[in-house]
Ligand binder design. Structure first.
Ligand code: IMP
Length: 423
């Protein structure tokens, strides 16, 4: 069965750990959107791996990993990751396949991202990895794809024409120096040599795998509320982080998908700017941030933390068609005497039970909470659902009821074995 795994909140739900677990039973693990803005953390024993571009399945010997056409690739970040993996004894050669249709992050994308974020208006709080400008160029048909880079004549032509356009914007609008064609051409021609052995027609490769009844795991990055269509626009990333992105981002048809699994945290976090109705006030914010180690895996920024928001996750259940969920970091709530869940929002006297698209409503609404007693017990050693304290079971049951979705995995720590599989 082929599975799409997505983040059902604002990213950082703990997808890395679940992808790592599900990778064991998969043949192919595939990234389909985003780029090196993602940071998937996998821990086993004292070892910690943070993967930004390469699917986390690479840590499992013999698994084939694919970077699909929907991903935007920063070659420098990719090679750095390949080298770091090699130093840890993980060889990617023969196991990593990169779509020839994927778009490349160019130096002007990163520069534009930084310049736009430095402006006074409309700060998004991006990771400054050039993601937004690269996807904007893709849509504007000004992008450079892996296949363009593989063809020296085509690359030369496209870069000279596109860079001319970019330098006009850099110099005339931002008052910045233009970038040198020679320097970019030289650097990227070097990247081309290193990239070539990994380049493939990944659409054909994956459809061939489907035909041979191989199991594919589609590894979502970021989260539903950061999706450019279904998230808290404009405070979103620039790709489709929802289940639909797995189809357009790989060329595998919806008829080949068996299951969609959502990953949620037992509370909520977000990084960067944008509305966050259930955000904690300072004392609780620090407590949960420290206990949950809520600092960005890519940028190190402290994450904003808040109560579980059922309005947000109900929206994710619908948009992604979730079949089941993994609830992460339940142990982070261990000490709390009472735990809240937002079930609706209130704004200007109106109650919202479904997720409002209007960003002004989201910014001004007050959550309607229900309160549950905490369990005040250490969960980190619990391995069976039956051994969870009654109040923890009640909390999970209430989440499942509010979201009308079953919970199949509960995580009580970052280690692989700190996982409860719910029968
Ligand atoms: P960008 O993807 O760098 O353009 O950033 C846009 C927004 O998405 C910002 O709020 C980022 O903090 C957020 N974002 C991007 N990638 C991630 C991620 O992997 N986890 C959480 N937030 C992310």
């Amino acid at each position: 069965m082929n599975t799409i795994l997505i983040g059902a909140q604002w990213g950082d739900e703990g997808k890395g750990k679940i992808i790592d677990l599900l990778s064991r039973q998969s043949d192919y693990i595939v990234r389909y959107q985003g780029g090196a803005n993602a940071g998937h953390t996998v821990k086993f024993g004292a070892k910690e791996y943070i993967l930004h571009l390469i699917p986390s399945g690479i840590l499992h010997r013999g698994k084939r990993c694919v970077i699909g056409n929907g991903v935007v690739i920063d070659p420098e970040a990719l090679f750095k990751e390949i080298d770091t993996l090699k130093q840890s004894g993980v060889e990617v050669k023969g196991r990593l396949f990169i779509s020839e249709q994927a778009h490349l992050i160019m130096p002007y994308h990163q520069l534009m991202d930084r310049l736009q974020e430095a402006g006074q208006n409309g700060k998004i709080g991006t990771t400054k990895r050039g993601i937004g400008p690269c996807y904007a160029d893709k849509m504007a048909r000004l992008g450079i794809r892996v296949s363009d880079l593989m063809d020296p004549v085509l690359f030369h032509d496209r870069l000279s024409y596109i860079l001319e356009e970019k330098n006009k914007v850099l110099t005339k609008i931002y008052g910045h120096e233009g970038l040198s064609f020679k320097a970019i051409h030289e650097t990227y021609s070097g990247y081309a040599v290193r990239l070539r052995p990994f380049v493939a027609n990944t659409m054909e490769l994956l459809n061939e795998a489907v035909h041979r009844k191989k199991r594919i795991l589609f590894e979502g990055a970021q989260g539903t509320l950061l999706d450019v269509d279904h998230g808290t626009y404009p405070y979103v990333t620039s790709s489709n982080a929802t289940a639909g992105g797995a189809l357009t981002g790989t060329g595998v048809a919806p008829t080949h998908i068996g299951e969609v699994m959502g990953v949620v945290k037992a509370y909520t976090t977000r990084v960067g700017e944008g509305p966050f109705p259930t955000e904690f006030e300072p004392p609780l914010m620090e407590k949960i941030r420290n206990k949950g180690e809520e600092f960005g895996a890519t940028t190190g920024r402290p994450r904003r933390c808040g109560w579980f928001d059922a309005v947000v996750v109900r929206h994710s259940v619908l948009v992604n068609g979730l079949d089941t969920m993994a609830v992460m970091k339940l142990d982070v709530l261990d000490d709390l005497p009472a735990i809240k869940i937002a079930t609706a929002y209130k704004c200007d006297g109106k109650i919202y039970k479904t997720f409002p698209s209007n960003i002004r409503v989201l910014e001004h609404c007050k959550p309607v909470y229900e309160e549950h007693p905490g369990w005040q017990t250490d969960l980190s050693r619990v391995r069976r659902y039956g051994d969870l304290p009654v109040n923890a079971k009640k909390y999970l049951a209430r989440l499942s009821q509010l979201l009308k979705t079953s919970i199949s995995i509960v995580s009580v720590g970052s280690q692989r074995n700190q996982t409860i599989f719910v029968k």
